[in-house]
Design a protein around this ligand. Sequence first.
Ligand SMILES: [Zn+2]
Length: 154
Amino acid sequence: MIVFDLACIEGHRFEGWFGSSGDFEDQRARGLLCCPSCGASDVTKAPMAPAVPAKGNQRQEVLPPEQRPMANTPMPPEMRKALAALAKAQADALKDSTWVGDKFAEETRKMHYGERDEAPIHGQASLAEAKALIEEGVPVAPLPFPVAPPDKLN
Ligand SMILES: [Zn+2]
């Protein structure tokens, strides 16, 4: 196994584990990589971080500016259960929906303007695309949980 520091087009950094460096190229070429923060599939190898940071917070400056609410209190079991139930509800809701990947904005827009048949779809959109769709009155909503593209599950 080999670990790479990866970065998405939005600048989120995360680690990816691969069987070899060829696997990385292969998965990237097939669009199978996606950012755990925003789902972007435009993922590249981040510049190598030093193996041993000279000063503790070296990585700090490359973290995205966005903030996430965090706590160091263990989450109660009810909360974990509720989240699991919600994740399942989302999966059920998407059961008959087709994954369209990054074609989501394009396809929902076509449906909205009657250029294709209505059908349940889900995929990914950038923040700007999502905003534009909502402003155009296209009925879309963000999903609360990340969705793994179907071909990633194989
Ligand atoms: Zn990202």
